[in-house]
Ligand binder design. Structure first.
Ligand code: SF4
Ligand code: SF4
Length: 372
């Protein structure tokens, strides 16, 4: 994969999108976080809205100051695509930045669903990046058909962390039975749908996890992502009030503030459920982005949880240096086994830019150092 071609493609898509928007629409898009935010390891999170009514006991969205009442994002699909194409840390196309819907909302809530579908369409039509969504909503056969028509290669994660405990842990979310139907409807439309068994909750996942895996495997899911629980003190108290004990002993560190999200050590549950999943013939994805990589038939070793899926793309260090020089960034690319060392002239913003652009292009781990 050549960085110069990816940059040229990005510029041309950005110009095309700019020509479809008026000045105010462009300004609104450029002021939005999608035009500035740095991707996290799983990619750039796409926010079709904020807020959620499902009221999961373990949800930390409230601790981030996001109101519960769902509100769709103000940007249109075209504006969203333009914002992502303007983000200095992204690259477009199949070899570009991973995109993931969710994070501060449930993307298929009635108030948000229209925006989610609009964004899926705009991303698929203009950007063509590997895209993923996670959901607890019930998606009907018609919904699955629509999603498949907008982006047939999208990676879907359906979140089911509990069965018998679901009513207490996720009081306003669709029942696990409906979520299994979501999985089935997506799979029947040929969508790459995986089980999101997250969060793993001690006292719940031991028994429910195996049953969930068995049921998902019987539906034909591709694989499973097993994810740890992160708690704030508020979440911890709520879980303890349900009778789930000894969670505090599993916190990996002391919380630094009341809203600090502290992961619980659930390695034992992960190991146990991973073994069960493999026996059932499921792929165990180390992270959500790994399912996205699988859905798009890519290879990736951008973090130490990899390598994931297929072979890594070839790259030419000199070509990358030249492409970055064309952007006014002086860099020396040093291949190191399956990793890359980048020596950058400049400060932290340039270093971060090099980090995202080079690791996305090469799908390899990168260490960036500043040099004079
Ligand atoms: S579905 Fe997600 S965003 Fe909504 S309450 Fe549950 S954990 Fe929070
Ligand atoms: S190596 Fe795997 S887990 Fe790490 S960023 Fe790539 S796809 Fe995600």
């Amino acid at each position: 994969m050549r960085l110069s071609e990816l940059l040229k493609e990005k510029l041309s898509v950005r110009e095309e999108l700019a020509s479809k928007l008026d000045r105010m629409e462009r300004k609104e898009a450029l002021d939005d976080g999608h035009a500035h935010r740095e991707p996290i390891p799983c990619g750039l999170t796409v926010h079709p809205g904020r807020g959620c009514t499902y009221a999961c006991i373990y949800c930390y969205v409230e601790d981030m100051g996001v109101p519960r009442r769902p509100e769709p994002s103000r940007l249109s699909g075209l504006q969203l695509a333009y914002a992502i194409a303007s983000n200095p840390y992204t690259l477009l196309g199949k070899g570009g930045t991973f995109l993931a819907f969710g994070s501060v909302t449930e993307p298929f809530l009635p108030a948000i669903k229209g925006r989610t579908l609009e964004y899926l369409e705009a991303i698929s039509r203009y950007l063509r990046n590997p895209t993923q969504f996670s959901t607890k909503a019930y998606l009907s056969e018609e919904d699955a058909e629509r999603i498949s028509s907008l982006d047939p290669s999208v990676s879907a994660l359906v979140t089911i962390p509990a069965l018998r405990w679901a009513g207490r842990l996720e009081p306003k979310a669709p029942s696990p039975e409906l979520r299994f139907r979501t999985l089935s409807n997506l799979l029947q439309r040929g969508i790459h749908a995986s089980l999101f068994l997250r969060p793993l909750i001690p006292g719940v996942s031991e028994a429910d996890g195996t049953l969930i895996l068995n049921r998902a495997a019987s539906l034909g899911v591709k694989g499973v992502v097993l994810g740890a629980l992160r708690v704030t003190l508020r979440i911890l108290r709520k879980l303890e009030a349900l009778g789930l004990e000894d969670l505090v002993d599993r916190m990996v560190r002391e919380p630094k503030s009341p809203n600090d999200q502290v992961p619980l050590n659930t390695g034992d549950l992960k190991r146990m459920l991973s073994s069960r999943a493999r026996v059932l013939g499921l792929k165990v994805f180390p992270s959500a982005c790994s399912a996205n990589v699988d859905a798009h038939d890519l290879g990736c070793h951008m973090c130490n949880m990899g390598p994931c899926n297929g072979s890594l793309p070839d790259y030419d260090p000199e070509e990358i240096e030249q492409a970055l020089r064309g952007m006014g960034i002086e860099v020396k690319i040093v291949p190191k086994d399956r990793k890359i060392l980048a020596l950058v002239k400049g400060g932290s913003k340039r270093m971060r830019r090099v980090q995202h652009l080079v690791s996305t292009t090469t799908k390899r781990m990168i260490t960036v150092r500043s040099v004079r």
